[in-house]
Design a protein around this ligand. Structure first.
Ligand SMILES: Cc1cc2nc3c(=O)[nH]c(=O)nc-3n(C[C@H](O)[C@H](O)[C@H](O)COP(=O)(O)OP(=O)(O)OC[C@H]3O[C@@H](n4cnc5c(N)ncnc54)[C@H](O)[C@@H]3O)c2cc1C
Length: 376
């Protein structure tokens, strides 16, 4: 196969890029995927793995329900467990917030119920008695995000997607025929269509084509304890969203909640901050006091991209007919496998079964009206 034979070049091998590449390939396209490091080594491989409908945005609920079902189908290959999930409120103010948020999510289709102390005692006896209100979602659970790379690499291989790892894209040029020429290392690869799915690198890859959409990067932290005695059978969250906690079958407890680390300006690496780690762990211990006898083994960071309105970038790249962008999906581990399929459908020229999130909304109107339309 010569480079110019590709129907689609995908930049980025996280859940978004890999799932869209698979859909396009299954639809008959010849697909090339270029990943700067390893498949699933970005946010998709270091996240907390929480598949909770209780922490999804209301408008994204239909996508989260469908994504959740795809992970459930993947089963043991991604360490999927359906455990149910409790979200807790410890004050009257938090209880009000919980009721408001969960009522909206329930109306959007999530199977959420409000539950009392007896229910909590039965489901999770290790939780504190200080719970004022709680909600329960039967279908919540988790998967093991460190299996993302192994899982998608096998699927890509099986589907015949030509993927290259350790192949950062450093330049992209539109070609006269409406396609694209992509630079990686010393190679130039030509394709008729292009999908940018480079996660925290999206602002940079969009800029290669002259599109300026600010992408913010959150430095989320996740911690894991040593193996300990059985404490929790279900995932546990907090009304504010500042805690997610689950005990894996091996006895370790994974603690997250979107607490922020920092990015070292020189190395570009994420670093943990004691002043955010401590309150995260304190909240976890307050919820499950028995956790105080578990020692922490590791805390790490991962880069989560988002745009100003916190909705996905999912659609045509503004100004181009044959270039597409997918990323910045809040709760993207849960939603990714499904929204990737929708994006694959759009690229195949099909009408996706659910609407996507047109990036054009984030373009300054002066650009949108005066910008030259490139490609055919
Ligand atoms: C710590 C953390 C915890 C999270 N917890 C949860 C959770 O519990 N539940 C949930 O639903 N969601 C969670 N998320 C969100 C979820 O992980 C992300 O939304 C999702 O993984 C994003 O997938 P992606 O494919 O867009 O990005 P990524 O997985 O980051 O993939 C982008 C890829 O593009 C590559 N790339 C970048 N630039 C280039 C380039 N120039 N050339 C080639 N390749 C390039 C990168 O190397 C990377 O592999 C969490 C995120 C983080 C960071």
């Amino acid at each position: 196969m010569t480079a110019g034979d590709y129907d689609l070049i995908v930049v980025g091998g996280g859940i978004m890029g890999a799932s869209a590449a698979l859909r396009a390939s299954h639809g008959g396209m010849r697909v090339k995927l270029l990943e700067a490091l390893e498949i699933g080594s970005g946010a998709s491989g270091v996240n907390a793995g929480t598949l909770s409908l209780q922490i999804k945005r209301v408008k994204l609920m239909p996508y989260a329900l469908a994504g959740h079902a795809l992970w459930e189908r993947a089963g043991d290959a991604v360490g999927y467990r359906r455990t149910g999930g409790l979200t807790l409120a410890f004050t009257d103010q938090e209880a009000e917030l919980l009721e408001h948020r969960m009522t909206l999510k329930k109306e959007a289709g999530a199977p959420i119920d409000f539950v009392g102390k007896n229910f909590i005692r039965e489901k999770a006896p290790a939780l504190t008695d200080a719970v004022v209100a709680a909600s329960w979602c039967e279908s919540d659970g988790y998967a093991n995000s460190s299996l993302t790379g192994v899982y998608y690499r096998a699927l890509l291989r099986e589907a015949g997607v030509d993927y290259s790892e350790f192949s950062p894209v450093t330049g992209i040029d539109p070609s006269r025929d409406g396609g694209f020429s992509v630079q990686t290392g010393s190679a130039r690869i030509a394709g008729k269509r292009l999908l940018l799915a480079s996660g925290f690198g999206l602002q940079e890859t969009m800029a290669m084509l002259g599109v300026d959409i600010p992408v913010r990067v959150r430095i989320n932290t996740v911690s894991v304890t040593e193996r300990g005695p059985k404490l929790l059978d279900c995932i546990v969250g907090h009304a504010t969203g500042l805690l997610t906690m689950k005990q894996k079958t091996n006895g370790t407890v994974l603690i997250g909640g979107g607490w922020q680390g920092v990015r070292d300006a020189e190395t570009g690496r994420g670093e943990v901050r004691a002043d955010t780690l401590n309150p995260n762990l304190q909240l976890a211990q307050y919820a499950a006091p028995g956790l105080s006898s578990f020692r922490l083994v590791r805390t790490w960071t991962g880069f989560e991209a988002n745009v100003s309105d916190f909705y996905p970038l999912a659609g045509r790249l503004p100004g181009y007919d044959n270039a597409f962008v997918l990323g910045c999906v809040r709760g993207g581990y849960t939603i990714g496998p499904y929204i990737g399929q929708l994006m694959g459908d759009l690229i195949l020229g099909r009408v996706p079964e659910k609407p996507l999130f047109d990036p054009e909304r984030l373009i300054d109107t002066t650009y949108a009206t005066s910008g030259e339309r490139l490609g055919t």
